[in-house]
Ligand binder design. Structure first.
Ligand code: NAP
Ligand code: MG
Length: 400
């Protein structure tokens, strides 16, 4: 069989622990036999980040900016315990945080649906994508406890001006205050990433905030989305047959629950944090959640939403066979290969991305899956719980 040609390489970012093991298996079993795989390889595994003083993470992010499409394996974000375990000289920052800061993007999370893994909401027929703004609000806030008898104000000072807005006079009782911010630039890039992604997926875009209560802060988000939509996207949306609308966050929650799914739901930072866990859980499994970072200038970085599955890795190191679910990592590769194919005008490569996903879903729907899915299976055929490697081989035989 002739292998599918690649034109531009993918930026390949290897990672840690169990997902690093699965990464190599996916390449050997599902990719290399079918595709003449071309990648620019960056090892973001913790030992390599340590050895390079984390330069490798920056270089990988710059490579995504240059080549346009990357695929990333899950990586350890070090904590105190990892400092000793990996003999680190520094508690290196989260690679995802570093990459996000360089690419300035929005994170889109979408569950992979299969018949037999049933969402808790019976009306949900299609996946719901959460688009989370990844900058500011309470994640960069300033907070204080204010004692009884103190007064809290917001002070905004310019070169020749000062505005003092009273927040609260704590004359009778102590309490708490918080100051937070966001920037026009970040909100604009959030909006453009969402509009571009909706066009790419040909799905409706919802954006929800609380502008009735937050008449300046949340209203700014609403206005920026509306302005950019009218100026840059309205005609593209009608040509694609999709719509954008804004609604209040509480109304959005009610509508999402009653919906059939199939839309992109853009959320402010905190709302996205909360809603993405709600959506992931309600669809059935974290191991079936994909994630892609899209930058406003159109660069894409694909990954699984879960971590390095440390508990399974310790079993693997002790010589046991594990049944770790590789599906979200397979979909990171399929998403990246399809996008690369689309950007390069390489239809065979883009179609391979589709076929890889279909083979994966068909394998599960035929009753062959990893243990985590077998445990929640409600399909017609009885579930057969396979090791990771046997599951990948089952997918490969379907693909062939
Ligand atoms: P995790 O790796 O997502 O795993 C948590 C638990 O969820 C696992 O122990 C396992 O449960 C289940 N699970 C997750 N993915 C699974 C899969 N593919 N197949 C089967 N079960 C799966 O989270 P964690 O243990 O909290 O974090 C481990 C490391 O990952 C940390 O060092 C963290 O920094 C890193 N992390 C990285 C990323 C990223 O790179 N994007 C994201 C999150 C965390 P059972 O053990 O019950 O089977
Ligand atoms: Mg969270």
């Amino acid at each position: 069989m002739e292998k599918i040609r690649m034109d531009t390489p993918l930026v390949e970012m290897d990672g840690d622990e169990m997902t690093r093991v699965i990464w190599a298996m996916i390449k050997d079993i599902l990719l290399k036999p079918f595709v003449d795989l071309k990648t620019e390889y960056y090892d973001l595994g913790l030992p390599s980040r340590e050895a390079s003083g984390d330069k490798v993470t920056h270089e990988a992010a710059m490579a995504v900016k240059r080549l346009g499409v990357g695929v990333k394996c899950a990586t350890i974000t070090p904590n105190a315990q990892r400092m000793t375990e990996y003999n680190l000289t520094q508690m290196w920052k989260s690679p995802n945080g570093t990459i996000r800061a360089i690419l300035d993007g929005t994170v889109f999370r979408t569950p992979i649906m299969v018949k037999g893994v049933v969402p808790y909401i019976p009306t949900w027929e299609q996946p719901i994508t959460i688009a989370r703004h990844a900058y500011g609000d309470i994640y960069k806030d300033v907070e204080a406890y204010v004692g009884r008898g103190e007064k809290a104000s917001l002070v905004i000072s310019g070169k020749n001006s000062e505005r003092v807005l009273e927040i609260f006079d704590f004359a009778k009782t102590g309490g708490v205050v918080m100051g937070m911010h966001n920037t026009d630039a970040s909100i604009k890039s959030f909006a453009r990433s969402c509009f571009n992604y909706a066009l790419d997926r040909k799905q409706d875009l919802w954006f929800a905030a609380k502008d009735t209560i937050s008449k300046t802060y949340d209203h700014r988000f609403k206005d920026i989305f509306a302005e950019i939509f009218a100026k840059e996207y309205e005609s593209k949306f009608s040509a694609a047959g999709i719509e954008y609308f804004y609604t209040l966050i509480d109304d959005a929650v009610a509508r999402v629950i009653r919906s059939k799914g199939g839309m992109i739901w853009a959320c402010k930072n905190y709302d996205g944090d909360v809603m993405s866990d709600m959506v992931a859980t309600a669809f059935g499994s974290l191991a079936m959640m994909t994630s892609v970072l899209v930058s406003p200038d159109g660069n894409y970085e694909y990954e699984a939403a879960h971590g390095t599955v440390t508990r399974h890795y310790y079993k693997y190191k002790a010589g046991q066979t594990t049944s770790t679910n590789p599906v979200a990592t397979i979909f990171a590769w399929s998403g990246a290969l399809r996008k690369r194919g689309q950007l390069d005008g390489n239809a065979a490569l883009a179609e391979f991305g589709d076929r890889l996903e279909k083979a994966t879903i068909d394998t599960i729907e035929a009753g062959e899956m990893t243990g985590d899915l077998a445990a929640i299976w409600k399909g017609e055929t009885a579930a057969k719980s396979l090791s990771t490697e046997d599951f990948l081989k089952a997918v490969a035989s379907r693909l062939a």
